[in-house]
Design a protein around this ligand. Structure first.
Ligand code: NAD
Length: 300
């Protein structure tokens, strides 16, 4: 049974995830390059050390939660030769599918899992994240008890890289559907429709989707949606842009036809470039309202 966990990357997601493992009774040793992250994790009961080697020494599980694929590969390369065979190694960052597969290949003697999450910082705090898993069956079974204190749902998706693949497909659809929801509300405004009336129709009719029913991009109909707090995230537009870039790269590499994903990427690039990186991704509705012509779409 896993007792001792090394947690590398103690940022907005990693610190509360590591904190939930501490609460569940695991000994968690952490490492992060940023002082603020180290302090936050220490306050959550994580024993923070000065090096990656110091964090993983004696650990039977290693978890990485880092900003991008290059950093994940850089950290996983540092694990080569220092982990005992059979160590469970989990990456929960959102990264490219090829990078995830390459990471698995670095540690063939270990039980490796790509396990990206959805649910955001709220889910990380509450221990209700959805984990999408890629890896072989033995690794997935070994990972379950470790993930459970951080998880609402654990969904095995297939072989190495399948967790990242599922995450990118989901988030591409989320970006597209949020733009679609925003378009419907902007058109409704132009046609003189009340937001609540339009919400009451769409949320119970064939246009219903998470972007309308749970995360409505206009204030009022769904009190918990970021639109009611000046679009404070939630899920920042910069992170949606990151995920759309990864999805479009995966589409190019695999020759999948994703024209709406490609267009969603262009719209979020324009939105982030115009100073909205830190606003929730549902604030993209402002880009549509600001469009200068019907085929401008907010992009000059
Ligand atoms: P973050 O930037 O808050 O945290 C990343 C941490 O990694 C930082 O504290 C940084 O100092 C640390 N770090 C960078 N390089 C390092 C290294 N070489 N060694 C050790 N630590 C290092 O990011 P986050 O919001 O916690 O997101 C982490 C991952 O989770 C990303 O891949 C992101 O796309 C994904 N994700 C984020 C959310 C969200 O809502 N924030 C939701 C789902 C998935």
């Amino acid at each position: 049974m896993v007792q001792s966990i090394a947690f590398i990357g103690l940022g907005n997601m990693g610190a509360p995830m590591a904190g939930n493992l501490v609460k569940a009774g695991y000994t968690v040793t952490g490492f992060d390059v940023a002082e603020a992250a180290r302090k936050n994790a220490t306050e959550r009961g994580v024993r923070v050390v000065e090096t990656i080697g110091g964090a993983v020494g004696g650990a039977d599980t290693v978890i990485t939660m880092l900003p991008n694929g290059e950093l994940v590969l850089d950290v996983w390369r540092q694990l080569v030769g220092i982990l005992s065979p059979g160590t469970l190694v989990i990456d929960s960052s959102t990264i490219d599918v090829e990078g995830a597969r390459a990471a698995h290949g670095l540690l063939p003697e270990c039980l490796t899992i790509d396990a990206p999450v959805s649910g955001g910082t709220g889910g990380a705090e509450a221990g209700t994240l959805s984990f999408m898993l890629g890896g072989d069956a033995a690794a997935i079974e070994a990972a379950r008890p470790v993930l459970e204190p951080m998880a609402g749902r654990i969904i095995p998706c297939g072989a190495a890289g399948a967790g990242q693949a599922a995450k990118l497909c989901n988030n591409m659809l989320l970006g597209i559907s949020m733009i679609g929801a925003a378009e419907a509300f902007v058109l409704g405004e132009k046609l003189g429709l009340d937001h609540q009336a339009l919400f009451d129709v769409i949320s119970t009719s064939s246009g219903q989707c998470w972007s309308v029913n749970t995360y409505c991009p206009v204030p009022g109909p769904v009190p918990t949606s970021p639109a009611n707090r000046d679009y404070a995230p939630g899920f920042a537009s910069a992170l949606m842009l990151k995920d759309l870039r990864l999805a479009n790269q995966a589409a190019t590499d695999s020759m999948a036809m994703t024209p709406l994903g490609a267009h969603a990427l262009k719209l979020y690039e324009a939105f982030v470039a115009s100073g909205h990186a830190h606003e929730d991704f549902s604030a993209i509705i402002a880009l549509l309202r600001a469009a200068k012509s019907v085929d401008d779409g907010g992009i000059d």
